[in-house]
Design a binder for this molecule. Structure first.
Ligand SMILES: Nc1ncnc2c1ncn2[C@@H]1O[C@H](COP(=O)(O)OP(=O)(O)OP(=O)(O)O)[C@@H](O)[C@H]1O
Ligand SMILES: [Mg+2]
Length: 395
């Protein structure tokens, strides 16, 4: 059978490519912001915020910077914490501890203040310096409130001001927008400062170059031509005149399509990737949805998403369903799964989260049942059957 991949891992979401086209500027900025800390650890407490839409390269650029940190300094470590996975202050602190190889008790009994103190004591005792990246930090704020983040921002500072120690940390906060900053109290806001690095959505040409670089690492020479990559760039890149739309310019989406098209070519025994493979891959790739995020949604949020999908499939003639319909379906599903249903207000939280992540779209109608306003929910651009597969898998 003809081979398509030479290194399939290079098309997975976790892979850190050797080059990051069009993010050289952002990398350089990171290096500049942290150069003082790297040269003389403990002398300052640099903090910077990375902002950009989904798939604009924030996570991969920060990790790449992490590799640079480890290469260029013997003393400073890099710690990358996903606030999607760690949504509370204590869970973030524990994850930092694990990555720094510091023994912090895994189980309860300790307040976050105690955990924080343990972490700082150990960091001092072991003479550790670290740049900590808090990825998707809005999850922490949404789940645990702004105070949790405020505490983290002032992590090293209070210790120093009490005359105890040097600055042990640098901080990178990663988010899709700046709303989390507005929620912080004033002193945390001012402690955070104004250093922001922006990640603009990728244009079609930029997506093309990113795909080319990834294809060179992942695929055997000659199994793809540029026309294939252009097809993908056309659907994934942002249009100049659509610049302010919510979606587009998403490299994750583009790479996902390339991976699926390559996989299809391989499955069908083709000796190269053909336009039909790309077309089919596009059809099967849910725009803006992150399969890793889908997998990691809390159980009840997943059930609620499944309820939305089911309601939409039961009403194939309408692109939207009212919130109430989804809620009824959710109740039924809970019964089916033997789960205690979450409260109405919690479902609104889920809906907001699903909306932020691009799983669903919502709009308000004025033609509600009793003349009131109703929230309508839809799933953008793709047949809902695809989501059903994804949700079903882990339930
Ligand atoms: N400039 C680039 N060159 C090569 N690959 C890239 C580039 N930018 C992004 N990617 C790839 O695209 C995918 C998405 O990037 P990344 O995870 O960094 O996005 P993000 O901005 O963190 O998105 P989100 O807000 O959804 O977390 C990853 O697989 C990443 O490796
Ligand atoms: Mg990310």
């Amino acid at each position: 059978m003809p081979r398509i991949f030479k290194n399939e891992a290079a098309l997975t979401p976790e892979y850190i490519p050797s080059k990051l086209p069009h993010r050289e500027e952002q990398l350089k900025q990171l290096e500049t912001y942290f150069s003082g800390f790297l040269e003389d650890p403990g002398s300052m407490y640099p903090k910077v915020v990375l902002i950009g839409r989904p798939g604009s390269g924030k996570t991969v650029t920060s990790r790449k910077f992490g590799n640079y940190v480890v290469r260029s300094s013997e003393r400073v470590r890099y710690v990358h914490v996903s606030c999607f996975l760690n949504r509370t202050l204590s869970s973030v602190l524990k994850d930092i501890g694990v990555q720094l190889n510091i023994a912090i008790p895994k189980r309860g009994g300790f307040s976050t203040e105690e955990l924080l103190k343990m972490l700082l004591d150990m960091v001092r005792e072991k003479d550790i310096y670290a740049i900590v990246a808090l990825d998707d930090v809005f999850h922490l704020v949404n789940n645990s409130g702004p105070h949790a983040l405020g505490t983290l921002i002032r992590l090293g500072e209070e210790y120093v001001s009490r005359g105890g120690d040097k600055y042990r940390f640098g901080l990178i906060l990663i988010s899709q927008d700046l709303t989390f900053r507005d929620q912080l109290d004033r002193s945390s806001q001012s402690a955070l400062g104004n250093a922001v690095i922006r990640f603009e959505p990728y244009t079609k040409d930029q997506i093309f170059e990113i795909l080319l670089a990834r294809a060179q690492e992942a695929l055997i020479d000659g199994v793809y031509d540029e026309e294939i990559l252009e097809m993908i760039a056309d659907v994934a890149g942002v249009d100049e005149h659509l610049m302010d739309e919510h979606r587009g310019g998403d490299a994750r989406y583009a790479i996902d399509i390339l991976w699926r098209a390559s996989k299809l070519a391989e499955m069908k025994g083709a000796d190269r990737i053909l336009p039909e493979h790309v077309r089919e891959a596009i059809k099967n790739t849910l725009r803006g949805i992150r399969s890793d995020e889908l997998r990691m949604l809390p159980l009840h949020e997943k059930i609620f998403l499944l309820a939305i999908v089911r309601s939409l499939m039961k009403n194939p003639n309408s692109p939207y369903i009212p919130f109430g319909t989804a809620e009824d379906e959710y109740q039924m599903l809970c019964e089916q799964y033997g789960q205690e249903p979450r409260k109405h207000t919690q479902l609104w939280e889920y809906l907001r989260d699903l909306n932020t992540k691009g799983f669903v779209e919502t709009r308000t109608s004025s033609k509600g049942m009793r003349g009131g306003r109703t929230t309508l929910i839809s799933i953008p651009s793709e047949p809902p059957g695809n989501v059903r597969g994804g949700v079903g898998k882990d339930n």
